[in-house]
Design a protein around this ligand. Structure first.
Ligand code: PEP
Ligand code: MN
Length: 350
């Protein structure tokens, strides 16, 4: 439930509403706005009787949030949430961000080369896993803490902020020390203790859709993060399992406009995991931007044939350069722009 205060309601009137909500056994989240203050009621799992609140002084309106997810819904907050992972790198506004890099961090040379290549092509953030969720326990599991150190080195070399995955609460602590944005992967979308821990952290989170998750499941998982106080959440469509084995996943691009209607959170798309096929990443990366994604997440490796994970869906640097060029054209056709890496505009204008 959302209590909208009248324009010019006094702080005392707001405090009184908060007190009554608490007396009713719920939590209150005051949200001062430019026009007027709203107070969110959280902690309910069904409709709340608002009659006690409707009559309080200063209350303009009581809105019942009809969806099972509350704080992530557009009913709760009408305007887009802008998630900033580093100065100038924001998701959810007019600019589209491009996050690129290898599936896994493999060595200093690999990640620094990849970072330089994707930055030169126009990426605005670097991705790369140090902790890898692999289907087989015998597959490469990532370099762990050393991988995080190498990502920090690549950031120092290129200025690109880092998006990297936390697998569990233990790795989350380490990832928080290094990352600019914490990725929670598809397999962990419903790891509720990890979501709660990431919700208590004060770093942006990129939450990927689980491979068998509905859109409501995705939004409810995001709700865990917001319920713990972290509203810096970027959602990510990365494909869902289907009966068809032609592609690794079924890349559900309808999710983009659907989520944008239902939630104020930004949503990006990952055509690499979404298709699993290198030659399908370009067309589907273009399609994701055309569908309205606030960014794309793309796997790129200096030498994809030697990649220790996900090589088959990983772009060669030249292909990535082409993708960025093409999505820029698409962005301008729909009234958006693709963000430039930090410092590029300044150096371009001398
Ligand atoms: C990844 O980004 O490399 C990854 C493991 O993604 P997902 O969780 O979507 O499978
Ligand atoms: Mn991968």
């Amino acid at each position: 439930m959302l209590v909208v205060m009248q324009h010019g309601a006094t702080p005392e009137q707001v405090t009184r509403v908060v007190e009554v909500i608490k007396e009713m056994g719920y939590d209150a989240r005051p949200m001062p706005g430019e026009q007027r203050t709203a107070i969110g009621l959280v902690g309910n799992d069904g409709r709340v009787d608002g009659s006690r609140i409707e009559g309080l002084p200063g209350v303009a309106e009581v809105i019942h949030v009809t969806k099972p997810y509350k704080q992530v819904s557009r009913e709760w907050k009408a305007e887009n949430t802008i998630v900033t992972i580093a100065p100038g790198v924001s998701f959810g506004g007019k600019e589209i961000q491009i996050v690129a890099g290898p599936c896994s961090v493999e060595s200093e040379e690999q990640i620094v080369t990849a970072a330089r290549q994707v930055r030169a092509a126009g990426a605005t953030a670097l991705r790369g896993g140090a902790f890898k969720p692999r289907s087989s326990p015998y597959s490469f599991q990532g370099l762990g803490k050393r991988g995080l150190e190498l990502l920090a080195l690549a950031r120092a070399e290129t200025g690109l902020p880092i998006v990297t995955e936390a697998l569990d609460e233990e790795s989350l602590e380490q990832v928080l020390e290094y990352a600019d944005c914490v990725q929670i992967g598809a397999r962990n979308m419903q790891n509720f203790s990890l979501l709660r821990a990431a919700g208590r952290a004060r770093k942006p989170v990129l939450l990927k859709r689980g491979m068998a998750a509905t859109i409501v499941d995705l939004l409810l998982s995001a709700e865990y993060l917001l319920a713990e106080g972290n509203d810096q959440v970027i959602l990510c469509e990365r494909g869902i399992r289907s009966f068809d084995t032609m592609t690794r996943n079924l890349f559900d691009l309808t999710a983009i406009p659907l989520v944008q209607r239902l939630s104020h959170l930004p949503i990006v798309a990952d055509p690499s995991h979404g298709t699993g096929l290198r030659d399908k990443v370009l067309p589907m990366g273009r399609a994701a931007v055309a569908a309205g994604a606030d960014g794309i997440l793309v796997e790129v490796h200096p030498n994809p044939d030697r990649a220790m994970s996900d090589g088959a869906q990983t772009l060669f640097p030249e292909q990535f350069t082409q993708l960025v060029r093409e999505v820029r054209a698409i962005a301008s056709a729909i009234g958006r722009t693709v963000a430039e890496p930090a410092g590029t505009a300044a150096s371009a204008t001398g």
